[in-house]
Design a protein around this ligand. Sequence first.
Ligand SMILES: [Zn+2]
Length: 274
Amino acid sequence: MPELPEVETIVSDLRPLLTGRRIESVRLTLDRMVRYPSPRAFVRRLRHRRIEAVHRRGKYIVMPLEQDQRLVIHLGMTGHLRVVEPGDPLARHTHLRMGLDDRRELRFDDQRQFGRLLLGAEAELLGAGAMPRLGPEPIHGDLTETEFGELVRSRHRPVKAALLDQSFLAGVGNIYADEACFRARIRPSRRTDRLTVAERRGLYAAIQEVLSSSIAARGSSIINYVDGFGIPGNNQGQLLVYGRGGEPCVRCGSLLTWTRLAGRGTVYCRQCQR
Ligand SMILES: [Zn+2]
């Protein structure tokens, strides 16, 4: 599933292509991708609006439109969002096509169909429960080390579960939660309120490090992630524990442990992570 670095990459790819463009036509071919409002209202309210900006919030792509509306896209597990030339062949599982005023098209395809499309004013989407309340962004200076420490101390749950909780911290998913715990030498099952000050600092630094280095490498291509141009990222080769259960630890050589935690496959080193 695309996490913060992958969504950040897509957003920065699409921003120059979409900002200022007007949506001339909308073709929705799978109604249930739209979670808010009704599919019919979604199409009607989207048509003829100008895209004012392209942002990321957590794992969501957020496009403020004219008249205080915003188009919000979650890529789910296998969603792709791309700007293409009008004659480009249609990718399989394309569910939404938006014709732009420069004759290009913004297309959304999603094989597994866990993606979601939302449209409305910010307060409207929050009020309707269509958009969850998200925790702070872990990078770009939105969250200081002290604030992170307070946040961690106030929760009484496994570190892995806290990191996956989007109301705690926005944008971290299974890949970067495991990677951050490994770099910080913390077992994913440790309780957040039992971490020492030094461990909280280490975890804060590790989260920033894994996210920033993945953004620099244009994301990790797990399953079928590609960037805004349809090209895979380069970070998957730099992952130290994710997807490597049973393989030797790069630090100590002992075999990495695979377990299930917070409902997700979790990989860690019994020797290095305490
Ligand atoms: Zn190790």
